[in-house]
Design a protein around this ligand. Structure first.
Ligand SMILES: [Zn+2]
Length: 276
């Protein structure tokens, strides 16, 4: 975690702690409903205040939104684990490879929490204090694979724009988990990391054209064929993730690592027969 994000979190927490009691008092008093705080009407009124922002502090409203995002994220996650053919397939092959993934090991958190210490869109959180030379800095991350101690997947509640986005994010991280389960990946080895990123972006649906369009990258391969655009997306995202690895000295090192393993890793679609 960078020191700046750490300070930011501390500041937010302190503000939240200082404001919460007053905010609650103010909101209840302003609505003049403190006589029966458990009544349905009081709850309705307070909910309306949280939605409109009238009579409640920003910190309390933010906390309510955070809790809502967490509930939505956990609900989508549970539904996908139960019904998504893609997620069910990946979990099955992890199990067959000897790596059972309990549902609790895939969890939603408000990013900016201690569990989001990777602080980037890098899909693998490799712990290190060296974060000063990392370029480029990705704008927003949706999830991360946490290799230690038992393998877990963090989902950033509130960073998803659709259930399909949650699905491809879980699938992406499950590919990392599969690689570590099958191939004993050393995440500080840039070639290992590059290979897993190429596979994860290729197999998860991260680079389907609708996703690229939403990122503002245009339609992949427009004017040059879908396949080329698909590969450009995979390469770009893999380089960005490897560059964010604390063990990576520079963007040039990330590009080199991705180029060196590209041929063998792009064509390696295990456990799928081919890219769906
Ligand atoms: Zn990744």
């Amino acid at each position: 975690m960078s020191s700046s994000s750490s300070n930011s979190n501390s500041s937010t927490d302190a503000t939240s702690l200082n404001n919460s009691p007053n905010a609650e008092t103010n909101s209840v008093n302003s609505s003049n409903t403190s006589s029966n705080p458990s009544s349905a009407f009081t709850r309705f009124l307070h909910k309306a205040q949280l939605i409109t922002g009238l009579g409640v502090a920003d910190a309390e409203r933010a906390k309510d939104l955070e809790e809502l995002n967490l509930r939505r994220c956990e609900k989508m996650k549970s539904e996908l684990i139960e019904r998504s053919p893609l997620i069910i397939f990946m979990l099955k092959h992890l199990r067959l490879s000897g790596c059972q993934v309990p549902e609790k090991n895939i969890f939603c958190v408000p990013c900016g929490s201690p569990y989001s210490s990777s602080g980037s869109s890098s899909s693998v959180a490799v712990s290190s204090s060296n974060t000063q030379n990392q370029t480029p800095v990705p704008p927003l991350h949706a999830g991360a694979y946490l290799p230690h101690p038992h393998g877990a997947i963090k989902l950033c509640a509130g960073h998803f724009f659709s259930k399909q986005h949650v699905e491809s994010t879980i699938a992406h991280e499950l590919v990392h988990m599969f690689d570590e389960c099958r191939f004993k990946v050393d995440w500080t080895n840039l070639r290992h990391h590059a290979c897993s990123e190429i596979r994860a972006n290729n197999l998860s649906g991260d680079c389907r054209w609708t996703r690229e369009l939403r990122r503002g990258e245009g339609i992949p391969g427009f004017g040059s064929g879908w396949t080329k655009g698909h590969q450009t997306c995979i390469r770009r995202r893999a380089i960005t993730s490897v560059a964010a690895n604390p063990a990576c000295p520079s963007l040039a090192h990330a590009e080199r690592a991705v180029n060196e393993v590209w041929e063998s890793c792009f064509t390696d679609t295990r456990p799928f027969d081919e890219v769906y």
